[in-house]
Design a protein around this ligand. Sequence first.
Ligand SMILES: Nc1ncnc2c1ncn2[C@@H]1O[C@H](COP(=O)(O)OP(=O)(O)OP(=O)(O)O)[C@@H](O)[C@H]1O
Length: 377
Amino acid sequence: MTMTMARERDAEKLLEVRNIVQEFAVRGPGGVKGAKVHAVSDVSFDMWRGETLGVVGETGSGKSTLARSIIQAPRPKSGEVRFLGTDLMKLGRRALTEARRQMQMVYQDPYGSLDPRWTVLELVEEPLLGYKVGTKAQRRERACELLDLVGMDPGVFGRRRPHELSGGQCQRVAIARAIALNPALIVCDEAVASLDVLIQAQVLNLFERLRTELGLSYLFISHDLALVKQVSDRVAVMHLGQLVEVGPSEELYRRPLHPYTSALLNSIPGLDPATGKVRRPTAPKGEPPSPINPPSGCRFRTRCPLAQERCAQEVPRLRELFPGHQVACHFPLATPDGASANGTASTASSGGSSGGSNGTASASGNGAATAGDAVRS
Ligand SMILES: Nc1ncnc2c1ncn2[C@@H]1O[C@H](COP(=O)(O)OP(=O)(O)OP(=O)(O)O)[C@@H](O)[C@H]1O
């Protein structure tokens, strides 16, 4: 990337997250006081305007806490969250409320996120009322416009209440509320997880249309890796409160660099093109360690088939190995110079793929996770 290109890209930066930490005080084993859950530990990443960044990871890896930390609900314990150039961590209550107009969330439970006593029109008007936007008549007009935008006829649905709507329709109402104040960023936390597959596809199409029409950016959190691949420009992989890999979606699925990403991808059911048979998915080995007492060094090392002594001693930092593709691992599955985990040669070259004959990433020896089948799914 030239300097000019880098500057142009900087100008479009939406979000700069630096070293954020979020912890929760809890009772430890045996009810001992003073323990804390390390839910998000030293996480840094950037987002650009108009992009969709997917966040994946096992349950409890810290995806939702990361999202809530970004919108300062609650504020992270430390770090920096720069949104459109402003450090949200330094804003007072009133300024933060104003900044939050630009950041909205869509949650998993479409019924739970809507007040059952209100009509659809009242629900969509509510954020406008909250920020004292326009007159009553203008808010009604805007609410009708927003319902049209999300594909719901205000004349048909406007006076209904949530219990008279399907899950997909409720989610459309939630989306209309989220876009009411012209936000720049929408955080989707498992936003389609509770919908059946066909409705899921419709809602995803709606997200994509709104992205183009309104210039939105999405932080798209999901445990569904296939779905995240479909909607994201880039993907961030979380493990036990840390980002272990961030990269362009296609590339990350084709050539994962972190053994954890590789193991996660192997957990997606899919067809093995070599045999034409359904490949049996394999879950990442073992249970994730406790976030109250995470392992020293690399937090994945206790489950990693490639772990070496260094992994217990040094925390791996996120570093760029291929353009725009970062990994936090001492022994990544591929490197541009061809060195790979366990000191074996990797066939990776910039923009190419590593490992087996079918162009899949694979870790050599000792039963390490391979990612090939996941790419095919
Ligand atoms: N308010 C809280 N108090 C104590 N612990 C919490 C709190 N919120 C989250 N945690 C813990 O922080 C860790 C990360 O949780 P989080 O919900 O962010 O993970 P997640 O990846 O979003 O999981 P899921 O996919 O199941 O929603 C978990 O160990 C969780 O139990």
